[in-house]
Design a protein around this ligand. Structure first.
Ligand SMILES: Cc1cc2nc3c(=O)[nH]c(=O)nc-3n(C[C@H](O)[C@H](O)[C@H](O)COP(=O)(O)O)c2cc1C
Length: 372
């Protein structure tokens, strides 16, 4: 339950002292008995964190990857698409699967399914600010109902033998400090780790993450805390780790179409990827996503990724617009290879390095639970 001593150091520093910021991101730490090989966690992101994203995140240095939020109601109804979120590849461990819901019993049942599917950690979402979720009493709404939140954590903790983590926002209203009241209660109820994204639910993604709250939370609990929000560079990661005492940083938007940001954060390798590397990673991502979601769903899903990969000055803007217009993914691939012919060789090398074929996709969960 306690991270390795060095990762658990609480430096109680509240200034920016560059000498103290040489934090080793490659240090391992623990959530419960799960060892996490680096202090970088890839964020759960709905509509983004597919298996291809998570496997890529692991290759680029994330010590822990997370699924997007999965509806406990969908799991309980054995909804086929929801069950698909429980497909876990052999090379993405350690992996946290995140569930959301408002009923302790249903959440406990969902957590058991997550454990059976082979996840390493069950994460509970108490941070989602989207009305469709909060109006059902789930997500960030739970921060306003500590008794319910604790009942959920307790029910889930009792239902599984995996460690349980909780991800939350600072509270619902701007300026809220609810996370500091509820955080220690969630730990008492059974949470082995807390992730804090210190924006209010009302803020959505505006303004800045206030990591002085993360530092306060670290002081209040004796489990590892993960700092989420606005971590986009090694300098920022080290500053947040050093000034908060968090066990790890979580990276979300900064990694969209940009796994190289993870490498920079973990290893300080700030080499810009070549166009060939960018295209090779994108095509690999596309192929894996097709395998996971099927061609039809993948076609729409992937459109946002073109801009994320090809932006940042890597390719001219009209190129992305051209790709988004294309109907077939084959055509998208052809256009990408035409723009960076050497990418074929980079892709071949990448594929040679990956675990191959069937050994990667564990498709048991769907058949165990009877599909849709
Ligand atoms: C598109 C998108 C989807 C997200 N989905 C989830 C989610 O399913 N579960 C969750 O706990 N947080 C979710 N988040 C929040 C992120 O995990 C993270 O806490 C937040 O984006 C702040 O980190 P960042 O500044 O590194 O992006 C999402 C964020 C984005 C941008």
């Amino acid at each position: 339950m306690v991270p390795s001593p060095s990762a658990n150091v609480k430096p109680r520093i509240h200034g920016y002292d560059s000498a103290l910021m040489q934090v080793d991101l490659r240090e391992s730490w623990r959530i419960g008995d799960v060892e996490i090989p680096s202090r970088l966690v890839l964020a759960p992101m709905a509509g983004v964190s597919v298996q291809a994203f998570r496997r890529q995140g692991r290759r680029f240095g994330a010590g822990l990857v997370c699924s997007e939020m999965v509806s406990c109601a969908g799991l309980s109804y054995k909804n086929e698409r929801t069950l698909g979120y429980l497909r876990i590849a052999a090379d993405e461990h350690p992996l946290a699967v995140q569930i959301f819901g408002a009923e302790p019993g249903v959440m406990a049942e969902a957590a058991r399914m997550v454990e059976d599917a082979g996840a390493d950690i069950v994460d509970i979402n108490f941070g989602c600010p989207v009305r469709k979720v909060t109006k059902t009493g789930a997500g960030a709404h739970c921060l306003e109902e500590p008794a319910r939140a604790c009942a959920i954590v307790e029910a889930v903790a009792n239902a599984i033998s995996l460690p349980l983590s909780v991800k939350m926002r600072r509270g619902l209203a701007n300026g809220s400090r609810t996370c500091l009241e509820i955080g220690p209660q969630l730990v008492d109820a059974g949470a082995a780790s807390l992730t804090l994204h210190p924006r209010s639910a009302k803020q959505m993604y505006t303004g800045e993450a206030d990591h002085s709250l993360t530092a306060e939370l670290v002081e209040l609990v004796d489990v590892p805390v993960i700092a989420s929000g606005d971590i986009t560079s090694r300098a920022r990661a080290q500053a947040v780790l050093a000034t908060t005492g968090a066990a790890a940083v979580m990276v979300g938007r900064g990694a969209q179409g940009n796994p190289w940001a993870l490498r920079e954060i973990v290893d300080g390798d700030d080499t810009e990827p070549s166009r060939e590397e960018v295209v090779a990673e994108l095509v690999l991502f596309m192929r894996e996503t097709v395998r996971e979601l099927g061609e039809q769903r993948a076609t729409g899903f992937l459109k946002k990724f073109y801009g994320w990969y090809l932006g940042r000055g890597r390719f001219p803007r009209p190129f992305k617009q051209e790709l988004v217009q294309l109907q077939a993914l084959d055509e998208v691939e052809q256009r990408l290879f035409a723009a960076a012919p050497g990418a074929r060789f980079v892709l071949e090398r990448l594929q040679d390095e990956l675990p191959q074929g069937e050994e990667v996709l564990l498709d048991l969960p769907i058949s165990i639970y009877g599909g849709g």
